[in-house]
Design a protein around this ligand. Structure first.
Ligand SMILES: *Cc1c(COP(=O)(O)O)cnc(C)c1O
Length: 432
């Protein structure tokens, strides 16, 4: 499979190079040259396939012959080491719980898949040169990347996080694992961390001497495996005759965009809904036709505090850059923190369901859509376990939550992080 840059000023490239580079040389995001729908019989008989088999069918054309079949199957098996249950919550509404993985965030799947692809390519390379994955996190990405890449040979991981601005659990998840995972505690904001990472990628003093790549959803190996969720949800539907919509709480729009790829592969999804917080550039675009990225606004659903969503350009490509086509396939709603908290309260009291802010926004956006769209069933994605957002849950809930074993395991470990303030310190760290 070949990939082209959405900026159209870089040569087409292979799956391997797109994964190793992350971004095209013209700074564009990579996109597959073709998307071939899966056979109808496969989708109609999806219950007869295991999750591993479904994932293999969905991803194989995007990898092509660059990873042998048995290796790709092994990578998938190691990636999908947990469940993806669909849980009924309300009339015609279910939750797809994506938080049962090692770090209890949906990013576990993409991180684990990408780590193993990089690891495979590294063992095949003529010159065995370590790859350094450099990533800035505002919380959830760091933990998933740390856990997903832990112990993968030939890959070093450096995670930058803003001091005092991630939750205690999140900090433990990214600072306690050791081995090939290094944490840098930056005195500054998430934007400062991200600016340093961007600077490093453009610094030829570094890039001439080491292989640097990113591990956020611009990387195709983190983005594409997220297609699996939508297939797994469809497989679990009891009534497949009823039209199906998905509501995806979105920040960088990687997850929802992967859902649209699943739709392109033939999965019968009628419509998508995006729920966001005050960072509402996409809902506003759908309403007004004007696309205006903005600086990010801080909210309680902080994994979606993104003012300029990086994957939106892929969504436009999927819809042939046609706003009307996009409006037919995507509805957008945005909610304030007060509305988000009220929704968590409603879910608890009326549906007996404990949700964290991101999932709550997915639910309320879906509920809103169903008001005027009858005879459809909806699934919202619950993207993180409530325990990861203890300080912003509905009042009284945090005290009653049990800490899951995979979280308890890191809470007891010792934090190891190197404190830095400036870019030069990052550079010295990478060179050492
Ligand atoms: C990353 C994240 C999101 C947003 O996902 P995108 O693919 O960036 O749109 C939503 N919820 C949680 C909990 C996340 O960690």
């Amino acid at each position: 499979m070949n990939y082209f840059s959405l900026n159209k000023k870089a040569p087409n490239t292979t799956f391997e190079e797109a994964v190793v580079k992350g971004l095209a040389p013209d700074k564009g995001l990579y996109f597959p040259e073709s998307i071939t729908p899966l056979p109808k019989e496969f989708i109609e008989n999806i219950e007869n396939y295991s999750n591993n088999e479904i994932a293999f069918e969905a991803i194989k054309q995007f990898v092509g012959d660059e990873i042998p079949e048995n290796e790709l199957k092994r990578i998938i098996e190691e990636t999908l080491c947990f469940d993806f249950p669909v849980f009924p919550v309300d009339e015609n509404i279910s939750s797809l719980e994506l938080y049962h993985g090692p770090t209890m965030a949906f990013k576990d799947v993409g991180a684990r898949f990408m780590a193993r692809c990089l690891g495979y390519f590294n063992t095949q390379a003529e010159k065995q040169e370590d790859v350094t994955v450099l990533v800035a996190t505002s919380g959830d990405t760091g933990g998933a990347v740390a856990s997903g890449f832990l112990g993968v040979k030939g890959v070093d991981v450096v995670i930058l996080y803003p001091s005092g601005k991630v939750s205690d659990i999140q900090e433990k998840q990214l600072t306690t694992l050791g081995q090939n995972i290094k944490a840098l505690e930056v005195s500054g904001t998430f934007d400062d961390c991200q600016a340093m990472v961007k600077k490093a990628f453009l610094d030829s003093d570094l890039t001439d001497h080491m292989k640097l790549t990113s591990a956020n959803s611009i990387n195709i190996a983190r983005w594409l495996p997220q297609m699996f969720y939508f297939f797994f949800a469809y497989k679990q539907l009891r009534d497949k005759s009823k039209r199906l919509v998905f509501s995806v709480p979105s920040g960088n729009y990687g997850n929802i965009c992967a859902g649209m790829m699943a739709q392109k592969l033939g999965l019968p999804i009628e419509h998508f809904i995006t729920g966001t917080n005050a960072n509402k550039v996409v809902p506003t675009y759908l309403e007004t036709g004007t696309y205006e990225p903005k600086p990010s606004i801080q909210t309680i659903s902080n994994a979606m505090d993104v003012g300029a969503p990086s994957n939106f350009i892929r969504i436009e490509e999927i819809h042939n850059n046609d706003l009307e086509a996009l409006r037919n396939n995507l509805s957008g709603f945005s909610y304030s923190d007060e509305e988000t908290t009220a929704t968590m309260g409603h879910l608890l009291k009326s549906c007996n369901y404990v949700a964290e802010p991101h999932g709550a926004i997915g639910y309320v956006a879906l509920k809103n859509y169903l008001k005027t769209n009858k005879d459809v069933q909806g699934i919202f994605l619950e993207t993180a376990h409530p325990v990861k957002f203890l300080d912003v849950l509905y009042p009284g809930v945090a005290e009653k939550l049990e800490i899951p074993p995979q979280i308890q395991a890191v809470i007891d470990l010792e934090k190891v992080a190197t404190e830095i303030k400036e870019y030069d310190e990052l550079k010295a760290f990478l060179k050492s």
